[in-house]
Design a binder for this molecule. Structure first.
Ligand SMILES: Nc1ncnc2c1ncn2[C@@H]1O[C@H](COP(=O)(O)OP(=O)(O)OP(=O)(O)O)[C@@H](O)[C@H]1O
Ligand SMILES: [Mg+2]
Length: 432
């Protein structure tokens, strides 16, 4: 055959020739076939990459909708739960010690507290929970948690630590990161079960480029990795594990990893997973490394005493306003209330000379939390102002901290803590 002088045949002709057993392929035929195969392969890869990117976008979009929903539910539930648990508290105060009704009220209170805990997890999943960032060293945090992990893991589990030296600091909400790491270690312990196994906690520095992780800024990240030798995860389970309420456990609630992801996103980081069924799992929590930035000031519990005796409560939710007033009055504090920012400003300016502390809801219509805060501060800047919210979006709370607020209270209030704090600032009413 004189294949070299002929035009190469079309790839479809070549394929049918190969199928029919005709073997007179010229070099140019084969080259054309290879080129066609290469092109087809390139096209497939491009299509695959485009599909993957669409899938990632759809997942991000789904996550954002879910997190908005979770955050919204958490916000509304926190306000309602505060009314439930606070009224149960008031009922308990007014019920004689031996009355049967006490047991019912205690049950209501406990259920409301459990629901508030759940709502807190949803808030954490939303990635916008209350976060006051502090420059921290994750290695130190992990060293402080060693005792906790050793207590939780049975004798069958060996815990290893491989902590990188000289890690840059990270700006984190320590309580949230502690919660995320605890969730990862709990899952690792549960994945190993009663068998013999190992959990390795690693830290290190990773450079992320834009092609690696969608929606994560390229740059240097400090990572905390929790690797276990447990049961691992089936391939079809892996894409679902971060979904809220996804669980394969009989008693699981499916919120552990949803919280980890929410916390990671709230810190402008991410969490990635690698697992092979039957061969353990590795979760890596990535947090942006800091080189600059001032450590944020945590709310200071000890405020200078003031001779002023009254607490101004500002909240647009009437039930919460009434409940908080009743609780503070029962604790012997004098209270004046305002259901919007404008009234609060007027009371502060013209009404009550002896306001010694302010409890200000930051999510209010009308004048709004921030403007109210600024105006109150401009009138008198020696009076402590505590801000509060049922949601407490991290960046918003941080803004108030930067503006000089004296502390943040998450709803539902821990009334004991709130009253302790206020008592240290304002004088109780005479006779209390
Ligand atoms: N280290 C791990 N090894 C194997 N599977 C895991 C691991 N971590 C998580 N999973 C899988 O992911 C699922 C979701 O985990 P997640 O922590 O969100 O919820 P959970 O542990 O089931 O319940 P909980 O809300 O009590 O934490 C688990 O049910 C399990 O199937
Ligand atoms: Mg879990």
């Amino acid at each position: 055959m004189d294949g070299e002088s002929q035009l190469p045949r079309r790839p479809d002709e070549l394929i049918s020739a190969a199928r029919d057993g005709i073997e007179d392929f010229s070099i140019r035929d084969i080259q054309a076939l290879l080129r066609a195969l290469q092109e087809a392969n390139d096209k497939l890869q491009r299509e695959n990459a485009a599909l993957n990117s669409k899938l990632r976008d759809a997942q991000t979009c789904q996550r954002e909708s879910l997190s908005t929903l979770a955050g919204g539910i958490a916000h509304n539930f926190n306000n309602l739960l505060m009314v439930v648990s606070g009224n149960a508290d008031l009922g308990l105060m007014d019920t004689p010690k031996d009355a049967r009704a006490r047991a019912y009220l205690e049950e209501i209170k406990n259920a409301a507290l459990r629901a508030a805990h759940l709502s807190d997890q949803m808030r954490a999943y939303s990635g916008k929970g209350h976060a006051v960032l502090k420059k921290s060293d994750v290695n130190e945090l992990l060293r402080a948690m060693k005792g906790l992990f050793a207590g939780a893991a049975g004798q069958n589990i060996t815990l290893n630590y491989e902590l990188a030296e000289e890690l840059p600091a990270v700006e984190i909400d320590v309580a949230q990161i502690r919660q995320a790491i605890t969730n990862l270690v709990s899952n690792a312990i549960e994945a190993i079960g009663q068998a013999k196994g190992q959990i390795t906690v690693r830290t290190g520095l990773a450079t992320v480029d834009s092609s690696q992780l969608s929606k994560t800024q390229p740059g240097q990240y400090v990572f905390v990795e929790v690797a276990d030798t447990g049961c691992g995860m089936a391939m079809d389970v892996q894409p679902k594990v971060f979904d809220p309420f996804f669980t394969t456990k009989f008693t699981g609630r499916g919120l552990g990893l949803a919280v980890v992801q929410g916390v990671a996103i709230g810190h402008r980081g991410t969490v990635v997973l690698a697992s092979q069924p039957g061969h353990g799992a590795t979760f890596r929590l990535l947090l942006p490394a800091t080189v600059q930035g001032q450590p944020a000031q945590a709310p200071q519990p000890d405020q200078p005493h003031s001779a002023r005796a009254m607490v101004l409560i500002v909240d647009d939710d009437e039930s919460i306003l009434n409940l908080t007033r009743l609780m503070l009055e029962k604790a012997g504090l004098s209270v004046v209330t305002a259901s919007d920012g404008q009234t609060a400003v007027e009371l502060f300016q013209y009404g009550y000379e002896d306001i010694g502390a302010v409890l200000l809801d930051i999510a209010m219509p009308g004048l709004g939390g921030e403007n109210t805060f600024r105006q109150l501060q401009a009138i008198r800047n020696d009076i402590p102002i505590f801000v509060c919210s049922g949601f407490g979006e991290g960046s918003v709370v941080q803004d108030f901290v930067d503006m000089g607020c004296d502390g943040f209270f998450q709803k539902p209030y821990d009334f004991e803590k709130l009253i302790r704090m206020l008592r240290a600032i304002v004088q109780p009413s005479p006779g209390e």
